[in-house]
Design a protein around this ligand. Structure first.
Ligand code: ADP
Ligand code: ASP
Ligand code: MG
Length: 395
């Protein structure tokens, strides 16, 4: 009978050194010796992808997209080989596969590709030989066999897509925090760890900048009902289970997005610019409207690429950061945030409203303080009201 299978993914810091790779191997061995088949997905060692991007940019500010994918995919290959060697040394048969070797096919959107199909036959054969299979995250091949990558943070998506294709019991995302929090715990000291988070909230958090999970990973797990758990590779614990579609009322979390640029253009050029943005594969762009002007908010990393095409239409450029309150949805709420932040000498440059959230556009230097202020007032305060209500109820 086929044994149950799990997919374990280890992010950059979890494979950041030979010691960390050894620690990851121990997690894998624990799962294997408990009777499971294990498929492992690895990211590049921490800092490696950034190093490769910097090398490419020393040659060309806007590198050729195909060649950039060839370069960036090597980061994950280093980790997969080192983990495979470690497992073998510890007495467990393992084999590492690139995205192409694992038959992960994507569309042709270099640097931000989408997985279109996984043929699991190669992985299945190795699992049948009782091997631990290690797959390089963040990469695949397109129809003509060229290497593609899935966008920064994309190894999470490789893991979930493999878990779906292999019908895994669970997809475990091992990272450097012990679960999903109400806000980035490195910025908001009182952020609360969540035991579970529903898919709509997690999706909105990831969409608005919570990089703990790659957005397509959440979308895929939601659509295909893949059991998904975020855990620490540094300490034991149950982590956070991402499951269910029932969102709680009110503000459920804050997402932060740093290193954004606001490009001011005349409103009449906006449609054209948006078309060009999409053609260039710059996936996320939010628009803020004034009367005559519109502002396009894009990640600083894609700004050079975009400006090559629209530079003559850009009236002004400003570095900004975004703070999104997930679960907020009324105009009145937006002005309450503004008043509260003004009391802390923080000015809100603009607002963007979405169906399930409100985003504040802020000066980069004020974002951490703003996140703490709003978290204290809308997450911590509402939790204590709930606690008091519960106590009254229980007598
Ligand atoms: P990995 O390299 O393991 O993929 P990432 O750096 O991509 O790790 O994601 C983990 C980081 O996500 C954490 O270190 C934390 O700073 C950040 N983060 C942002 N928002 C959240 C959140 N709501 N909950 C937990 N971590 C978050
Ligand atoms: N190594 C890639 C990155 O740094 C992919 C990942 O870590 O998920 O973005
Ligand atoms: Mg990540």
């Amino acid at each position: 009978m086929k044994r149950p299978l799990i997919v374990q993914k280890f992010g950059g810091t979890s494979v950041g050194s030979v010691e960390r790779i050894h620690n990851a191997a121990e997690h894998v061995i624990r799962a294997k010796t408990s009777g499971k088949q294990v498929v492992v997905v690895v990211s590049a060692m921490s800092g490696e992808t950034n190093r490769l991007v910097e090398l490419a940019k020393q040659i060309d500010k806007v590198p050729n997209v195909r060649e950039l994918d060839v370069l960036l995919s090597t980061g994950e290959q280093i980790s997969m080989a080192l983990l495979s060697m470690t497992l073998s040394k510890l007495g467990h048969a393992a084999v590492s596969l690139t995205g192409g070797q694992a038959r992960i096919t994507t569309n042709n959107n270099h640097n931000n590709a989408t997985i279109s199909h996984i043929d699991t036959s190669v992985i299945d054969d190795y699992l049948a030989q009782d091997k631990i299979v290690i797959v390089a995250g963040f990469q695949g091949i397109n129809d003509i066999g060229d290497i593609t990558t899935l966008g920064r943070g994309g190894s999470d998506t490789t893991a979930v897509a493999l878990a779906g294709a292999l019908n895994a019991q669970e997809c475990q995302i091992f990272t450097d925090v012990d679960g999903v929090y109400s806000c980035d715990p490195r910025i908001v000291s009182k952020a609360q760890k969540l035991d579970t988070i529903d898919f709509p909230t997690m999706h909105e958090m990831a969409h608005k900048g919570a990089k703990v999970l790659h957005l397509p990973c959440v979308a895929y797990a939601w659509k295909h009902q893949v059991p998904l758990r975020v855990l620490s590779s540094f300490e034991d614990g149950e982590g956070t289970l991402v499951a269910g579609i029932e969102s709680k009322q009110g503000i459920s979390g804050l997402a932060i997005r740093k290193q954004m640029v606001a490009l001011t253009v005349l409103a009449e050029h906006a449609d054209n610019i948006d078309k060009q943005r999409k053609m260039l594969g710059v996936a996320d762009g939010h628009w803020v409207t004034d009367s005559t002007y519109k502002r396009l908010l894009v990640g600083a990393d894609c700004c050079d690429k975009l400006r090559m095409v629209i530079d003559d239409k850009v009236e002004a450029t400003q570095d900004v950061a975004l703070l999104t309150l997930v679960g907020a949805n009324t105009k009145e709420q937006a002005s309450q945030y503004q008043q509260l932040l003004n009391l802390s000498d923080i000015s809100v440059l603009h607002f963007c409203e979405d169906k399930h959230s409100i985003t504040l556009v802020l000066e980069p230097g004020t974002i951490d303080k703003a996140a703490n202020v709003l978290h204290d007032n809308y997450i911590i305060a509402s939790e204590s009201v709930l606690r008091e209500e519960k106590q009254v109820h229980l007598g």
